[in-house]
Design a binder for this molecule. Structure first.
Ligand code: FES
Length: 140
């Protein structure tokens, strides 16, 4: 059996983080292929249920990516996302789940290299943490 390869689901805003991922690709910046990107209009569109559903259906980690504070194209979507994800992480922690599996990062359209760095760091951390306990609990 090979080394554990974590599955990451990334919910990203189309204006910043998705464009950064695209820039990483067009700039040929290498990053691990462990991430499946889901493009949304804004990080404020990320319902915490999306995160829970991803974790319950096989993701080892979830990334929420959006525009930097003050740069959201819908004014305050990223602030709302930050609050919601903080609350979700608190709830997850209180039920015994490792909240460090859920990351929120602000990555602008010009930060392709930073996008690659975040994915690389997340993969490294998840490899240390091992498979999500939800996976083994439900035998996914
Ligand atoms: Fe990017 Fe709102 S438009 S976080």
């Amino acid at each position: 059996m090979g080394e554990f390869e974590p599955n990451i689901v990334a919910f990203v805003c189309k204006w910043c983080t998705y464009t950064a991922a695209d820039l990483a690709g067009t700039s040929r910046i290498q990053y691990p292929p462990n991430v499946k990107i889901i493009r949304l209009m804004c990080s404020g569109s990320v319902d915490p249920i999306f995160v829970v559903k991803a974790l319950s259906q096989g993701a080892d980690g979830v990334l929420i990516g959006g525009c930097h504070p003050g740069d959201c194209h819908y004014v305050s979507g990223n602030y709302k996302a930050r609050r919601r994800i903080l609350i979700l992480k608190t709830i997850l922690q209180n039920v015994g789940f490792e909240a460090d599996r859920v990351w929120i990062r602000w990555i602008s359209a010009s930060e392709g290299k930073y996008f690659a760095t975040v994915i690389t760091e997340m993969v490294e951390q998840l490899k240390k943490m091992g498979p999500s306990p939800l996976k083994t609990a439900w035998d996914i």
